[in-house]
Design a protein around this ligand. Structure first.
Ligand SMILES: [Zn+2]
Length: 212
């Protein structure tokens, strides 16, 4: 019985092998070739991807050291008092020594971002690390900055930069800021910055109507 069964199975296997002929084995070979070429091409692709990635990384690294416009991990800060220059006749006279000749306290400057940095954190760094465009005698230890906490809003606002305070240039004057060209209505200490952001702190003599 057992022998018969074995023979039967053997015959069956033979039959299957014969009837299928070479075709399936070719199929297998082809698909094997295909899959191996696919593998090698996808390996090549991922290799290319890696090369591209490292090229990009190299680009970024080299950009950080050579190109001031490189954005990764940095934002760009400007402190602008051009409106004061346009309204110099109404500026409190004791504040005139703090007005720089080019209308900027700080021209666009790259500032490194740490995790969770707000616009205020960035401004603090920018002021600490830089001097005004005139490199005046008041800027020996960086640009003066004063921000004040308001419990009502649970946030900070900018009182003065480079000794120029709100209301120093008319009753509607004060510091405002914009992010990527849009005037922010968020508190400076609530606005989280991201890589590449352009943060402009500008003094307005007309509640923001003269900014932008
Ligand atoms: Zn100065």
């Amino acid at each position: 019985m057992k022998k018969t069964k074995l023979i039967f199975i053997y015959a069956l296997v033979l039959f299957i092998l014969c009837s299928c002929g070479h075709a399936p084995s070719q199929d297998i070979t082809e698909s094997a070739t295909l899959s191996s070429s696919q593998t090698s091409s996808s390996a090549k692709e991922s290799e290319n991807l890696l090369t591209n990635e490292s090229a990009t990384q190299n680009k970024i690294t080299s950009k950080n050291t050579t190109d001031p416009q490189s954005a990764e991990g940095y934002c760009f800060v400007t402190i602008d008092i051009r409106n004061i220059k346009n309204n110099i006749n109404i500026l409190k006279s004791e504040k005139k020594p703090f007005v720089t000749s080019d209308g900027y306290i700080l021209k666009e400057t790259k500032v490194k971002i740490s995790d969770g940095d707000t616009a205020l954190d960035i401004l603090k760094k920018a002021c600490k690390e830089n001097k005004c465009t005139d490199n005046c005698k008041y800027c020996e230890n960086g640009i003066q900055l004063e921000s004040t906490y308001t419990a009502d809003y649970d946030s900070y606002y900018i009182e003065g930069i480079h000794q120029i305070y709100g209301m120093d240039c008319g009753s509607m004057s004060g510091w405002m800021f914009s992010v990527n060209g849009t005037l922010s209505n968020e508190a400076v200490s609530d606005c989280t910055v991201k890589s590449g952001d352009r943060i402009d702190f500008a003094y307005s003599c007309n509640m923001g109507a003269d900014i932008g």
